[in-house]
Design a binder for this molecule. Sequence first.
Ligand code: ZN
Ligand code: ZN
Length: 369
Amino acid sequence: MISTSERSARLDQAQAVVASQELVAMLITPGSSLSYLVGYNAVALERLTCLIVPGDDVSPTLVVPTLERPAALASGVADLGISIIDWQETDNPYELIAKLLPSDGAIAVDDHMWAEQVLRLRDAMPGLEQVLAGGIVNELRVRKSTAELDALRQAGAAIDRVHAQMGQWLRVGRTEREVARDIGDAILSQGHERVDFVIVASGPNGASPHHEVSDRVIEVGDVIVVDIGGTTPEGYCSDSTRVYAMGNVDPAFARDYGTLMQAQEAAFVSATVGVSAESVDQAARDVLTSAGLGEFFIHRTGHGIGMSTHEDPYIVSGNQTRLQPGMAFSIEPGFYVAGKWGARLEDIVVMTPTGCERVNNQPRDLVIL
Ligand code: ZN
Ligand code: ZN
């Protein structure tokens, strides 16, 4: 569990950065950054909920619709010293925020704030330049605490338990959709609060990396990419991919899958403290390229993960960010051959002072069912 003192420290750090950048305030709307900073899992609605983290010594304020006030209080935000200001149905929350802030300078707005809200804030505060808050919050989120890494380990173990049961559901004659429904139930029963995605990509559907599900019936000889993830009650995400085969596998596929395992291992071994994110991508890509599969590896090697499934650091060419203890990301090389098949092998790893540790530990071989 993330303690109140840890959350309070996050908020203090964020406020210090807002001050150091001489911003009037940072405005955060419902989403993973709000959850991260104050532990309030508010749903994004047309009625504005907005955390104001000021650039001076004043405590943060949470502006909420009156009907959301009980939910905000129940989340424990008051324990962090945040004052709550609620607005009635006929009030204008944008004007309300404008009255709380100086009329000139710059404000940082949540990267995922709805455009409608961004523009209405601009109308209410024409003297304030708007910049993105992502740089401030992401810088904190990318360096995870011991408690956060533990939360990711638990999420990893939870999704591993789902993969371990795949043979119960993945059967010839069933549709991808039927299988996905069972997987979704298991994601919930194995320690997640929410199902974030279920990809069951059988046969040629495997060639589309983000294929979700269809009514295609699973056949003998199919190769099936199963990529699944959810969010735990603590708010941390899981994400893991394994490849299953229904009976005999085409020898060409089996050979290429072996190369994929080597590519994933090469990336894992290369991920040490101090190396660049892009070098981990390169390590996986080199193995696939030298086996003639480079052109079929059509995405980056990985993405950071935490309270969002996709966040910094991205494991991609051009990202020179140095890997540091506390970072968590996926290593998920793949190959996708249109009209034939696809494969992806994905583990989440966390960086500790002693190196890189996988939080997903299900066998990585092709699973023959
Ligand atoms: Zn995935
Ligand atoms: Zn992923």
